[in-house]
Design a protein around this ligand. Structure first.
Ligand code: AMP
Ligand code: TRP
Length: 323
């Protein structure tokens, strides 16, 4: 059985891009019989940037509720909040700090990038990759599915683990990155990559009215309603195509070629498709957000399973380093 592990940044309610690009594929991966998934919400990493406790908590709940609403099975996998295992993961972080070369951390693209952009350049940002290494090697992970942007962090994890193993003998499993080569980039309402920071996202968990409003914001050209329209260049069509079946896609292409069919109609069709396709997930998400005790309960079960694993690794590290 291969252990796949990944950390999920909790920056708010996951949008349609996160759902199609990361959550649904992650759940598929966890369902494969040969895999056991450890998926956790990286809320300690979030503290490097978010200092509002209420916001941190809400982000974690919204992220957890989305994974559960989409059917992530917490009975066969391990789903937890990083901060629930803080005692163990932060201890391991310290040990690993002492095996992480300063120049390696100083060369991290993501640290350089953030230290240019952010006004709060704290030491947490600097050791971010070491906490990430503790997240991974603390659980004997074999594979780590992440985006290409995390490749350098994963290489650092491997370096830190190897250098510890080199000094103290075989201790850590050396993990491998599973880099997502998929080209699926979900476009936002303005046609750029859907992203929270561009404010072009679609939040499928909004009320019908607010969701419809977001969809109606999709930017389209000014072809008059009585002229045929080009589906190839239309943002509403691109989103429709990601969700619809073949017959619906063909029908929509015909609609675009038909004078009198306007962008308002295709956006309405997209709205209806989203409502129909994610009917149960939208209900379930809202139920879970109303019942955060249930989310806490599920996350606590995950934390207990996670703690048992990292506890053993930590004990090994302490014994090898002479504590
Ligand atoms: P982020 O919140 O940008 O760190 O993204 C979290 C996960 O969602 C990552 O695995 C991203 O690859 C994925 N993701 C974010 N935005 C999109 C998008 N517009 N299309 C496809 N996947 C996305
Ligand atoms: N740094 C990752 C990101 O920005 C999140 C993360 C934290 C992570 N710890 C991890 C990913 C461990 C994989 C494994 O997306």
């Amino acid at each position: 059985m291969a252990r796949i592990l990944t950390g999920i940044q909790s920056t708010g309610t996951p949008h349609l891009g996160n759902i199609l690009g990361a959550i649904i594929p992650g759940i598929e991966l966890s369902k494969k019989k040969e895999n056991e998934a450890f998926f956790f919400i990286a809320d300690l990493h979030s503290l490097t940037q978010i200092k509002d406790g209420e916001q941190l908590r809400q982000n974690t709940y919204a992220t957890a509720a989305t994974w559960l609403a989409f059917g992530f099975d917490t009975s066969t996998n391990v789903f937890y909040r990083q901060s629930d295992v803080a005692a163990e993961v932060c201890q391991l972080n310290w040990f690993l700090n002492c095996y992480a070369p300063f120049p390696m951390l100083a060369n991290a693209h993501s640290f350089k990038d953030k230290s240019e952009k952010l006004s709060d350049v704290n030491a947490g940002l600097f050791v971010y990759p070491v906490l990430m290494a503790a997240d991974i090697i603390g659980y004997d992970a074999n594979f780590v599915p992440v985006g290409k942007d995390q490749q350098q962090h994963l290489e650092m994890t491997r370096d830190i683990a190897s250098s510890f193993n080199h000094i103290h003998g075989d201790t850590f499993v050396i993990p491998e990155g599973l880099y997502d080569e998929r080209v699926m980039i979900v476009p936002g309402t303005d046609g750029q990559k859907m992203s929270k920071s561009y404010n072009n996202f679609i939040d499928i968990f909004l009320s019908d009215k607010a969701l419809r409003k977001q969809i109606m914001k999709i930017e389209t050209d000014s072809t008059p309603i009585e002229e045929p329209k080009d589906w190839k260049t239309c943002n509403a069509f691109k989103l429709y195509e990601l969700l619809a079946n073949d017959a619906q896609i063909e029908e929509m292409k015909t609609n675009y070629a038909t004078p009198g069919y306007g962008y308002g109609h295709s956006k309405q069709a997209l709205f209806e498709l989203i409502c129909e396709k994610f009917k149960t997930e939208r209900v379930r998400f809202n139920e879970l957000m109303e019942n955060t005790d249930e989310l806490d309960r599920q996350l606590a079960i995950g934390a207990e399973k996670a703690r048992a694993v990292i506890g053993k690794v930590l004990a090994k590290v302490k014994s090898k380093t002479g504590y």
